[in-house]
Design a protein around this ligand. Structure first.
Ligand code: ADP
Ligand code: MG
Ligand code: MG
Length: 252
């Protein structure tokens, strides 16, 4: 089992403090969800963990199995087992989806232990079938001309192929129609297991009709202000965030 521990994380963008001391502990085997109003720093948290250069960590720690992630280069973070589904995944011109996946898998393996082409293709076919993806997606250039829904499905394909220790999925459900939402959820549920932990960031409860989270956290004004189980998400859906503000004495 793996752990991802975020301790008193403070992050600035262009000199403005966005995260003001985030504390969160994730274990593999569990699905955590972060919800919260717009602009409270949810995406900032995801980007800071993955090392986006625009985000400056001014204080705090992110520890993956006790190792300081913040001291790692971005590619080292992926090699160590973190996976971030980008809110707006970028196109990588000239690299096919299949090439990208195969090198991402092999990058995490020892020399001489690379996945064989046969095995890779078999896995890829199986997972693309499962996600009801068109087989030609494998040979398309990564994210080039992918629709919003195709990008999201493809992120779940990446997750299933790369099998990271922790997946951080930011707004994986935004802009999806109901069928795509079901497929994306099916993929995440398939990943569930002892050696996979997940942090899902979402505005909406509707994803949680398909994925039962183990833990739900509420983020407001740059901090995790409340944690609970699935019932917390349900209460947010019906009552919004006002009651939490009142409970905690948070002003707008
Ligand atoms: P959330 O994901 O919870 O909606 P974000 O993390 O995207 O919130 O944003 C938190 C705050 O940081 C907002 O006030 C937003 O305007 C600001 N912010 C986010 N990204 C940038 C950026 N690249 N440059 C400047 N400000 C940013
Ligand atoms: Mg936002
Ligand atoms: Mg966001």
């Amino acid at each position: 089992a793996s752990t991802l521990v975020i301790k008193d994380l403070h992050v600035e963008i262009e000199g403005k403090e966005i995260l003001k001391g985030v504390n969160l502990e994730l274990d593999s085997g569990k699905i955590h969800v972060i919800m919260g109003p717009n602009g409270t720093g949810k995406s900032t948290l995801a980007s800071a963990i993955m090392g986006h250069p625009k985000f400056e960590v001014t204080k705090g720690e992110v520890l993956l199995n006790g190792e300081n992630v913040l001291e790692m280069e971005v590619d080292e973070r992926a090699l160590a087992g973190l996976f971030l589904a980008m809110q707006y995944p970028s196109e990588i011109t000239g690299v096919t989806n299949a090439d990208f996946l195969r090198s991402a898998i092999n990058a995490r393996r020892e020399e001489g232990q690379e996945i064989s082409l046969m095995k890779f293709i078999k896995e890829l076919d199986k997972n693309m079938d499962f996600l009801e993806m068109d087989q030609n997606m494998a040979q398309r250039y990564l994210n080039e001309g992918f629709s919003g829904g195709e990008k999201k499905r493809n992120e779940i394909l990446q997750l299933m192929m790369i099998r990271p220790e922790f997946g951080i999925l930011d707004e994986i459900d935004s802009g999806l129609d109901i069928d795509a939402l079901k497929v994306v959820s099916k993929g995440i549920n398939k990943m569930r297991g002892e050696d996979f932990g997940c942090l899902i960031i979402t505005h909406y409860q509707r994803l949680l009709n398909y994925i039962e989270p183990d833990h739900v956290h509420v983020m407001m004004q740059g901090r995790v202000v409340k944690s609970g189980g699935p019932e917390l998400a349900k209460r947010l859906e019906s009552e919004g965030y006002e009651w939490i503000k009142q409970e905690l004495g948070i002003e707008d």
